[in-house]
Design a protein around this ligand. Structure first.
Ligand code: AMP
Length: 215
């Protein structure tokens, strides 16, 4: 089964994707993670996208479609979870074509619905484990007093450079200008299901599981 997690930055896509990986053996394909890895490695691609990402703008369709194309031929476990991709109508069309070329299709698009003010609060409090990517929040899910990650025991935690208020407002603007159109697009393709992304992580996970069971 292949699914897209759709929603603005901070809606909880990464958190839910990691749960689905652990619980269902699905494979998360996050273009944001791939681009951050390219940036960290100092590759040509990393250098080209670094400023664009820091501003909160979208990198070109060609780059992210290429990244996804490279991964589609690899082991999908029990299915791919597309996280942060597609973000434009061109990317959405490309994904459909790429999946078809691999004899696959998209089963569901799960929209995590959230309120913008809550998003800004959530994102500016966000940090992640540098080792395994587990997501924490200063207010709702703080790093344990032991200073160790609950998943892997790591002791280094990062804040994303683009998780500041200015960049976040711009990323939200870009989301509404470009990506929110995909809600209508996938509704028309009869793939869209929406869940309340502001519920507790467990409740969102249950809602997502329910959708996958019924698919
Ligand atoms: P994310 O981790 O998904 O929030 O992505 C971080 C940044 O990477 C975004 O703000 C964009 O600059 C870039 N990015 C990630 N995925 C895409 C995509 N599908 N299309 C264009 N740019 C992307």
């Amino acid at each position: 089964m292949n699914i897209i997690l759709l929603g603005p930055p901070g809606a909880g896509k990464g958190t839910q994707a990691r749960r689905l990986e652990t619980e269902r053996g699905m494979v998360q394909l996050s273009t944001g993670d791939m681009l951050r890895a390219a940036r960290a490695s100092g590759s040509d691609l990393g250098r080209r996208v670094s400023e664009i990402m820091a501003r909160g703008d979208l990198v070109t369709d060609e780059i992210v479609i290429g990244l996804i194309e490279e991964r589609l031929g690899t082991d999908a476990g029990s299915g791919f979870i597309f996280d942060g991709f597609p973000r434009t109508l061109v990317q959405a069309d490309a994904l459909g074509e790429l999946l078809a070329r691999h004899g696959q299709s998209l089963d569901r698009v799960i929209e995590l619905q959230v309120d913008d003010a809550a998003l800004v609060a959530r994102i500016s409090a966000r940090s992640t484990c540098a080792t395994c990517g587990e997501v924490y929040n200063d207010r709702t899910r703080p790093v344990p007093a032991s200073g160790r990650c609950v998943t892997c025991g790591g002791t280094d935690f990062n804040r994303r450079a683009d998780d500041n208020e200015q960049s976040l407002h711009h990323r939200l603007f870009v989301y509404y200008r470009e990506t929110s159109r995909l809600i209508g697009y996938y509704w028309a393709h009869r793939k869209l299901v929406s869940v309340d992304g502001l519920a507790e992580i467990e409740e969102v996970a249950e809602a997502v599981s329910g959708i996958l069971e019924e698919a």
